[in-house]
Design a binder for this molecule. Structure first.
Ligand code: NOJ
Ligand code: CA
Length: 678
């Protein structure tokens, strides 16, 4: 840069700072402060009638004034010329109970300001914006009151992050959907990211940007427009209309969780609090549990989904898993490849799938009866190959068939590159859509609500992201939506040692994940090494929350490690409370959770490629109570690369006044059960 251009760059910087950090003649038209005065939101209207919001924490600016508004398909921009027409405030403090989850009781304590605007000229459209301010973050959403048709081609919601910041993120708009390795870069090097995206400011404030209650709307990506400015970019639609609505409606909440330690992001219930309460009534039929399945063999390529000599879903092989489940206390057995349609190329195709016709070597009736006699349930599998046209046509019959065969849960699948969802809403014409566009937001809720009528829980793979809808529809129990264990079978590269320490502080902030842990054999297809120690596989049951957790390995592999397998048998999948004892994004994490159905506590700890020695306080245990700590740790010479299988199982009596040293090998982990003694 010459001196001359430097001078002009400086002037441009000062002008833009002036405009955006203290917009000339901007007027504050609404304000809300969190219950303990930690976070403050200001809503401003500038001289051109543009609406902006900013966020301060302890008086320091985190989000500089950022634009709000829309691009409309038919009527152009909707972002200036507004006037204030009204304002209301509210405060809320309520504790509600989850049917299942990371904690039983959730407190929703926030202050709210709702600001009403109207365009002064032209169509004079009205737009209301509601802000809810919690001590651990904010949420805001737009409301379109009393309007006819709304055709949104994009949102121009901005997030101008003020302090210098590092981001952990995956790119949006890439073929692999959410199944990507997390990147750590300066925020100023993000291109276009999925949410949740996690950040840490250089002075140690942790942020997670996401959305809540994604209903009948297109998923929000974040595109960096300049510097540290992110702008909403809705998932694409083939005709450019990303959201099509009729009548009054509200958008999903745009959310920012804010904490002063990494673990605070995970402990926040903000996303759930911004979702509507349970609409399904009694959901005692949604049962958190562990499952095994006819699954890992296919990923290893020793068995196949399709028919033929390697077919995995045979009556005989399934009985083997049912017996194993019954003997070890697993409630269900997932069976993939049981139905017609897997022969030929089903990927991004799915035209042949039939969800009520098993292969001839899979006797559904016999297996349903056999499972029932052993107190086990078959978990259904509906791989669609991303063809929702075929799936929606069969949905009712498919779910009836599953229910009639004793299934309590179904795993669905949408295998295709991003943008490859096949629809046929206009007769005779197939149109491709995105996994996270408005059409799929509708599709997933249709499946979930139809399944609920039959008391069936749903677990989609290649899903739309989680935005907390499990609160409203508690049978939406889990989903994939990130690189899971399957990448350790055939992924190039497999998941690296830091993967789970990344997931915990990124993907997991949106909700439960069906990661499918517990591959104690630590080897993938063709001998590919799984970059983990054995003890780490146990720890994942506590670290990566899901109310349904798979024991993904084969029975013959568990037989080799029966003492370690005991932890998988013992660990619950439903919790009374959860606390993050220590952790840094992408480095390590130590999580403690209390069993929902007993006084027992559990710890799961995982690390990246660095070995670690951590001292944690057991102050979370009930005071005065004695516990037997059953410790599953890496052996002294364990290492993810050279010595994966060395583990030690030990016991120790502890109380809440003890400290515990947690030693993890490089790429390792530790799992502990604290058995309540008195
Ligand atoms: C991808 C899913 O993530 C995996 O679990 C499943 O086995 C295959 N699709 C086949 O449906
Ligand atoms: Ca997948």
């Amino acid at each position: 840069m010459t001196k001359f251009t430097k001078f002009f760059a400086l002037i441009a910087f000062l002008v833009s700072t002036l405009i955006f950090s203290n917009p000339a003649n901007a007027e504050v038209v609404g304000t809300a402060t969190s219950p303990s005065n930690i976070i403050q939101v200001n809503v401003e209207l500038d001289g051109e009638g543009r609406i902006m919001y900013s966020v301060n924490r302890f008086g320091r600016q985190l989000i500089a004034p950022s634009l709000l508004g829309f691009l409309m398909q038919d009527t152009g921009r909707m972002e200036r010329g507004f006037e204030l027409t009204g304002k209301t405030t509210a405060t809320h403090d309520e504790t509600w109970e989850q049917p299942w989850g990371e904690r039983r009781f959730v407190r929703d304590n926030h202050n709210e300001v709702k600001v009403n605007f109207k365009e002064k000229t032209g169509a004079k459209r009205a737009l209301n914006i509601t802000f809810r301010v919690f001590d651990d973050g904010i949420g805001f959403r737009y409301e379109f009151p009393n309007q006819g048709q709304t055709l949104i081609s994009d949102e121009i919601t901005e997030f101008r992050i003020a302090p210098p910041t590092t981001a952990w993120w995956i790119p949006a708009g890439e073929p692999n959907r959410y199944e990507q390795l997390y990147r750590r870069t300066p925020l100023a090097e993000v291109t276009q990211a999925h949410t949740p995206i996690t950040m840490r400011t250089n002075d140690g404030v942790y942020l997670s940007f996401h959305e809540a209650a994604l209903v009948d709307y297109s998923g929000m990506w974040l595109r960096r427009t300049e510097g540290q400015v992110l702008r909403a970019q809705l998932a694409p639609a083939p005709d450019g209309v990303k959201v099509r609505r009729t009548g009054p409606f509200s958008t999903p909440w745009r959310t920012i969780v804010i904490a002063d330690r990494a673990g605070g992001l995970s402990e926040s219930d903000l996303i759930l609090n911004l979702n509507e309460p349970n609409k399904l009534g009694d959901v005692s039929w949604v049962i958190p549990h562990k499952y095994v399945g006819v699954w890992w063999e296919m990923h290893l390529d020793t068995k196949s989904w399709n028919s033929g000599p390697k077919h995995g879903a045979t009556t005989e092989n399934t009985k083997r898993f049912i017996d194993f489940a019954a003997a070890n206390g697993f409630r269900s057995v997932l069976v993939e490849g049981w139905n017609l349609g897997w022969d030929g190329n089903w990927f991004a195709n799915g035209r042949e799938f039939n969800f009520t016709q098993p292969y001839p070597d899979y006797n559904m009736r016999e297996l349903a009866a056999y499972a029932r006699s052993k107190g086990v349930h078959i978990m259904g599998h509906h791989e669609t190959g991303a063809n929702i046209c075929v799936y929606e046509r069969q949905l009712g019959a498919a779910l009836d068939y599953a229910r009639d065969n004793g299934m309590e849960a179904i795993k669905t699948g949408y295998v295709a590159d991003a943008g490859g969802i096949i629809t046929c809403d206009e007769p005779g014409r197939e149109v491709l859509m995105w996994h996270d566009g408005q059409r799929m937001a509708r599709h997933h809720l249709q499946v979930v609500t139809e399944a609920a009528k039959r008391h069936i829980a749903i677990n989609p793979h290649e899903p739309i992201k989680d935005t907390g809808l499990r609160r409203t529809y508690p049978n939406w129990v889990s989903r994939e939506g990130a690189r899971g264990q399957e990448y350790n079978a055939w992924g190039v590269p497999p998941n690296p040692p830091e993967h789970e320490a990344n997931l915990f502080f990124t993907r997991m902030l949106s909700g439960p994940m069906d990661f499918t842990p517990g591959v104690l054999s630590l080897v993938g297809r063709g001998g590919q090494k799984i970059e983990s120690t054995l003890a780490k596989q146990l720890a994942l049951y506590v670290v990566l929350y899901s109310p349904i957790q798979m024991a993904a390995d084969l029975p013959e592999n568990y037989a080799k490690y029966m003492d370690a397998f005991q932890f998988i048998r013992d660990v619950p999948t439903d919790w009374h409370d959860s606390k993050v004892l220590a952790g840094e994004i992408g480095d390590y994490v130590v999580v403690a959770r209390r069993d929902r159905n007993s006084q027992d506590w559990y710890i799961g700890a995982v690390t990246d490629e660095m070995g670690r020695n951590l001292n944690v306080s057991l102050g979370f245990l009930a005071p005065g109570k004695h516990y037997l700590a059953q410790i599953y740790r890496d052996g002294n010479n364990a290492d993810w690369n050279s010595n994966q299988f060395e583990y030690v199982i030990g016991e120790k009596r502890v109380t809440s006044s003890d400290m515990l040293q947690i030693r993890m090998a490089a790429g390792g982990g530790q799992a502990i059960r604290f058995k309540a003694l008195d």
